[in-house]
Design a protein around this ligand. Sequence first.
Ligand SMILES: CC(C)(COP(=O)(O)OP(=O)(O)OC[C@H]1O[C@@H](n2cnc3c(N)ncnc32)[C@H](O)[C@@H]1OP(=O)(O)O)[C@@H](O)C(=O)NCCC(=O)NCCS
Length: 168
Amino acid sequence: MVSPCGPAARTDYGRAVTTIFTWRGGFANAEVNSLHAEAFQTKVFDESEWNWVALTRRHSLGWVVARQGDGLVGFVNVLWDGLVHAWLQDTMVARRARGEGIGAALVAHARDGAKAAGCEYLHVDFDDHLRPFYLGACGFAPTSAGLLVLERAGLDLSAPTIGGAPEA
Ligand SMILES: CC(C)(COP(=O)(O)OP(=O)(O)OC[C@H]1O[C@@H](n2cnc3c(N)ncnc32)[C@H](O)[C@@H]1OP(=O)(O)O)[C@@H](O)C(=O)NCCC(=O)NCCS
């Protein structure tokens, strides 16, 4: 399903730039690893270390890809319990495209995809500074949540953040 994000989000040198959001859209490992490195200040993993294509197909309910032309400007992964609970992981927008509503639209498309799949709850956890984004722009209700940091799976994450560490 291809769903344009309303009218053109911005203009570059007078040309309209439209962002296209696609639930379970196609992507390459290299472009998502590059976006992830920019978003979470990690090294750029290669696909032998972090194979998004294989992992999302095996473990995800879906994911949302945001593109401007051929360029990947946003991505979010949606994990689930196989029934009614889904979770957002790794919401990320390219620095050059931030502040234009793409992050909130990514989350809205993830919500719609999870709802269409029969899920009743969409969860997310995040650092405090992102409260205006998730609770304000994306409409999540605040809850209590907990986190146990487990042993890492051998990846060198120099600056781990909630939402940035790979699943074991
Ligand atoms: C967080 C992130 C996905 C937001 O993407 P975005 O496209 O810039 O967000 P939007 O334009 O949809 O923002 C909508 C509103 O959310 C709030 N918001 C967005 N980013 C925010 C941030 N970093 N801190 C606090 N509030 C933020 C603002 O109120 C914003 O409205 P405004 O632009 O009118 O002020 C993006 O900054 C990003 O990729 N960050 C790095 C990775 C990351 O931390 N991801 C979250 C993991 S839990």
